[in-house]
Write a protein that binds this ligand. Structure first.
Ligand code: ADP
Length: 830
């Protein structure tokens, strides 16, 4: 039973709030003791307290709070009891700003308000804040004509609101999920389109066969194209041999279980890639095939994917590459380049390539323009383009200090575009050999024209030194009292001559005491006394080559370079050839010089002898003439002796005359009486003079001079002498009863005098030198014929030449006679 001690017994009932109503000391509150409460309040209180709908009353100016049980249950636990009878502002301090205007509206008599799902944040007893939603209305309770309080009718809608929020959230995330899925689907669709496009344009054939039926689930257009079919047969695996025509290299068709796709079906494994020969219509192609099984998520074989591509061209290129690589490896000092129609290197190989520090990888796959510098690019490209057009190409060029000769041509290919084939040979060594040979030739020619031995040595040293890029190059004479050198010096481009350091000479001679081998010195002092030039180093790398005469070292060739350089075997060999050759030539010139001196002395001696003999001869001749006139010499024996003396005197005089003539000719002191005369007269005189000798040896003589005069410009006496000498020889060198002919042969501008005999003849070897002075055909002209010195023909030659003519001889050899011919220019009269 409620105890209403405070005058609130006017409200009957057993509501929980009745206790609160009873216990509040209402007298101390602004609304005073319940006895004084207006009836409107009391009526309102009894109304709300007996209602299950949460309801409350705010009464008076302070808005003292009353509420029923249902309302109390909605309040936070901490406020459930304390809020009853408290002023509204203190109860709802957190939300006051929101609700005050609403209360003011109602209090001011403007009417009631209705608020749906208004959110409040309430402080719970455990000091946490909780969000709650309320739907409530404020209605005025009139006390008389004024608004005495406000009736609050409310419902907590927190659950509904939370459910709504949750639902909103769900709806939102659902919408997001839907949007995401839509996007994914769009992407998948696009992906599928792309995949189809990729598969359709895949450069390889693709077929997917379902397991275990063996029917084609998918095929791309390339698959049909490669196999030469409009569509692949649907039953791909059944009767595969009937559907497809793969063959072995020997022409045997594939068995069903040899096909990669069938093998993948049977084994469940990846097969390939394998090369298959395939008969496509009339042509036989090579396919590279691989088949792969595809398993479903449960691990069961589901499909077999087969990818294949035509590699006929690739395999041919690979075969070609093997062939050309093999060729390349067998070309000594060579390299082979194969370039395709896009000017890309398909192959580059060979020993010459490696010699330049490059290998195949520097070329293969690259465009020709990538492997050379910009300056060589246009030439290289033009060359390869010409080769691809089928034009043969030859070029010499240099790379990395080596020289190459390249021959290029086109390699036609039946199944693809042409290739350009270039074969290069390293010709560096050949060029060097040629350069060395050319140098030897140039030195030989230059030194052939040299007049003195020193000139020969200088020329050779200069040319060799320049060629070998030496600082100096020269010859040192190491034997003899004063060792000297003749050297060419690069710095001054001059030749130096001077003394050699004696210590150096001793050391090289000591070295060559053991064996005369080339000496190589590094950074050694100069062998020369003095310097090569101001500011030049004294030390050089030196190559010293001994020059031997009859086994002993007489001189050496010295070549010096700045230190650090090395001498190659070729350098040494070239230097020794030049050294030996030049020294031999210089030696020959030295000997020739000596011989000339001796020849000169001999000529002088003979001239003096002839001169000295001429006077006594004159005296002897006069004496002999007198003797023959004396009566006491009428005795026949004395007369014969005198005649013999006269003949010998004639002979002697002729010899002396010939010697004197030769000496005069040599010294240019002979004087000719040139006149125009009929050559026949001179020949007749000569014949008359030689007649005694001819008849003495019982030779027949035929003289054919023609009827026409034959004019020449010459010295008549000398021509008598020339023809006389030839006739004299013909008589001498023809055995008894020989036949001799003298004949004139006229030509347009010359006349030839032939003196012909059928005598002992002349050997071919003797013919070349027969006109030289003191030469006699020792073998064939027996000593008994010798009454001369071998001067006559030399005189004939010189005299013919002095008169603008020439002399020649022909003979078929020993015992076959001779024919001497003198030619003179003919003078036309009138
Ligand atoms: P020589 O008669 O005094 O020996 P020549 O100069 O006249 O000198 O001749 C040189 C050499 O040529 C002769 O010794 C001889 O061997 C050869 N000769 C010259 N004329 C004839 C000839 N008609 N037939 C064969 N040999 C000849």
């Amino acid at each position: 039973m409620p105890i209403h001690q405070n005058g609130t017994s006017f409200i009957p009932g057993t509501h929980r709030v009745n206790a609160l109503l009873s216990f509040v000391d209402w007298a101390c509150t602004p609304i005073g003791s319940p006895e004084n409460w207006p009836s409107e309040l009391k009526n309102a209180l009894s109304l709300i307290l007996n209602t299950h709908q949460p309801m409350a009353i705010w009464w008076g100016k302070e808005l003292i709070h009353f509420y029923n049980d249902a309302y109390r249950d909605l309040l936070p636990a901490s406020q459930r009891d304390t809020a009853f009878g408290s002023p509204g502002r203190t109860v709802y301090s957190e939300a006051w700003d929101l609700i005050q205007p609403q209360i003011d509206f109602v209090s001011s008599g403007q009417g009631s308000t209705w608020h749906e799902n208004q959110k409040f944040t309430t402080l719970e007893s455990d000091s946490t804040t909780v969000e709650r939603w309320w739907t409530y209305g404020y209605s005025p309770i009139y006390a008389g004509t004024c608004v005495g309080g406000i009736l609050v009718v409310c419902t907590e809608t927190t659950k509904e609101q939370l459910a709504r929020i949750e639902s909103d959230k769900l709806t939102h995330s659902l919408a997001q999920e839907v949007a995401r899925r839509t996007l994914v689907e769009t992407q998948l669709r696009a992906e599928r389109v792309r995949l189809d496009a990729v598969l359709d344009t895949l450069p390889a054939g693709l077929a997917i066969v379902g397991y275990p039926e063996g029917t084609i689930l998918y095929q791309n257009p390339k698959a049909s194209e490669l196999l030469g079919m409009n569509r692949l047969p649907t039953n791909a695996v059944q009767d595969i041999e009937k559907n497809y025509t793969a063959i072995h290299p020997d022409g045997r068709p594939y068995e069903a279980d040899e096909y990669p796709s069938v093998m993948a079906f049977q084994t469940g494994r990846h097969i390939g890639p394998v090369d298959m020969l395939y008969q496509r219509g009339d042509e036989r192609i090579v396919l590279s095939v691989r088949s792969s099984p595809v398993y479903d998520p449960q691990g069961r074989l589901d499909q077999v994917v087969t990818i294949f591509d035509e590699v006929t061209h690739t395999r041919e290129v690979e075969k070609d590459k093997l062939l050309y690589r093999a060729i390349a490896s067998h070309i000594p000092h060579g390299a082979v380049f194969l370039v395709d129609s896009d000017l890309r290197y398909v192959l580059a190989d060979g020993p010459a390539l490696r010699n330049t520090g490059l290998d195949s990888m520097d070329f293969e796959g690259r465009h020709v323009s990538e492997v050379v510098g910009p300056s060589d690019r246009p030439i290289l490209i033009a060359d390869y383009e010409a080769m691809l057009r089928g034009e043969p190409v030859y070029r010499e060029h240099a790379t990395s200090g080596r020289h190459f000769a390249t021959y290029g041509t086109c390699i036609p290919r039946p199944n693809g575009p042409h290739f350009a084939l270039a074969v290069s040979y390293d010709i560096t060594d050949r060029l060097q050999r040629e350069a060395r040979l050319q140098l030897l030739d140039t030195i030989a020619r230059a030194t052939n024209n040299a007049a003195t031995e020193t000139e020969v040595l200088f020329q050779a040293a200069h040319m060799l030194g320049s060629f070998l890029d030496a600082a100096f190059c020269g010859f040192a004479v190491v034997r003899g009292p004063r060792p000297t050198y003749h050297a060419w010096v690069r710095h001054s481009q001059q030749v130096l001559t001077g003394s050699l350091r004696s210590a150096w000479v001793e050391s090289v001679l000591a070295e060559w005491g053991h064996s005369a081998q080339p000496v190589l010195l590094r950074n050694e002092e100069l062998p020369f006394e003095g310097l090569l030039g101001p500011g030049l180093p004294r030390r050089f790398s030196q190559l010293i080559l001994p020059i031997l005469i009859e086994g002993s070292v007489v001189a050496c060739l010295i070549i010096g370079r700045q230190d650090g350089t090395v001498w190659s075997v070729d350098d040494v060999s070239l230097a020794s050839q030049v050294g030996d050759g030049a020294w031999a030539k210089a030696d020959r010139l030295r000997l020739i010089g000596q011989l000339r001196q001796m020849d000169l002395k001999k000529d002088r001696f003979l001239a003096t002898l002839a001169h000295e003999i001429r006077n006594p001869l004159g005296a002897i001749a006069t004496g002999t003439n007198l003797l023959s006139l004396l009566p006491s010499t009428r005795d026949a024996a004395v007369q014969r002796a005198v005649e013999r003396i006269k003949r010998q005197l004639d002979l002697l005089r002729r010899l002396v005359d010939d010697l004197t003539d030769i000496s005069r000719i040599k010294h240019g002191k002979i004087h000719l009486q040139i006149e125009r005369f009929d050559l026949r007269e001179a020949i007749e005189q000569a014949v008359d003079m030689q007649r005694p000798l001819l008849s003495k040896r019982d030779h027949s003589l035929e003289v054919v001079l023609g009827t026409e005069p034959c004019y020449v410009h010459a010295d008549k006496d000398r021509m008598v002498q020339v023809v006389g000498n030839l006739l004299n020889n013909a008589a001498k060198y023809t055995p008894q009863f020989g036949a001799i002919t003298v004949e004139i042969e006229r030509h347009e501008s010359a006349v030839a005098i032939h003196v012909k005999d059928n005598g002992i003849g002349i050997e071919p070897e003797a013919i070349r030198s027969i006109f030289e002075i003191f030469v006699q055909d020792d073998y064939h002209a027996p000593a008994m014929h010798r009454d001369g010195l071998g001067i006559g023909l030399a005189l004939v030659k010189h005299l013919a030449q002095l008169q603008g003519g020439e002399v020649a001889v022909t003979s078929a050899g020993h015992g076959k006679g001779s024919c001497f011919t003198v030619r003179l220019p003919l003078v036309h009269v009138g």
